[in-house]
Ligand binder design. Sequence first.
Ligand SMILES: C[S@@+](CC[C@H](N)C(=O)[O-])C[C@H]1O[C@@H](n2cnc3c(N)ncnc32)[C@H](O)[C@@H]1O
Length: 222
Amino acid sequence: MFAGIAGTYDRANSVLSMGVHHRWRTRTVRESGAVPGSAVLDCATGTGDLAIEYKLRVGVGGRVVGTDFCAEMLAFAPAKAAQRGLDIAWDVQDAMALTYPDDSFDVASIAFGIRNVDDPVQALRSMGRVVRPGGRVAVLEFGTPLWWMKPFFTFYSRVIIPLIGGLVSGRRDAYEYLTRTSAAFPTGDAFVALMRQAGVFDVCRVIPLTGGIAYLYIGTVR
Ligand SMILES: C[S@@+](CC[C@H](N)C(=O)[O-])C[C@H]1O[C@@H](n2cnc3c(N)ncnc32)[C@H](O)[C@@H]1O
């Protein structure tokens, strides 16, 4: 499915989120604890937007690796980074079975990806394994909006997202999938329960973004 929408993914993202996704990414980087010089792994990076945001933060002394299991999505990332003069490594990897050595990153992240993996707990465990103790795993994902945002977002996600996403990508089914899976995915404490099940985090934090349209989860690795 992601291979089928790869070419239109960025345009659809910008239109559908009205650019707000950039603010969510900036917040993710800030809360992840990444600093200049950090080593960061972005899983399910897609076309690389979050990896790019991390590279801007960690600078030339830092290291960013962007990974995805869908080579067609990843294919758009290197040119985007190169255009901005950013040196980022790209690698085809399954988030549930990362092949990097233990403790090889300060931060691992996944944006709008954890909802798509077959086994979220396994992906969290795999990400926790490659992050050093005290480092952080950052998860950005859609969730259940807070009560005051719910009426607007229910309409927006059921009607506007499939309509506009379908028009931009020619794949209405992919945007129906987005709406359906977002509504069904564990939010807030329910997602923290999955983080705890992974057994690799000491502390877990939840930060609702834009009235709970998206949520940021930060786990500190044990
Ligand atoms: C909605 S896109 C998000 C892309 C990007 N992180 C972003 O924020 O725009 C979801 C991505 O998850 C990837 N994905 C799904 N399951 C995966 C897995 N098990 N391992 C790695 N990537 C996966 C898909 O290939 C797709 O690129």
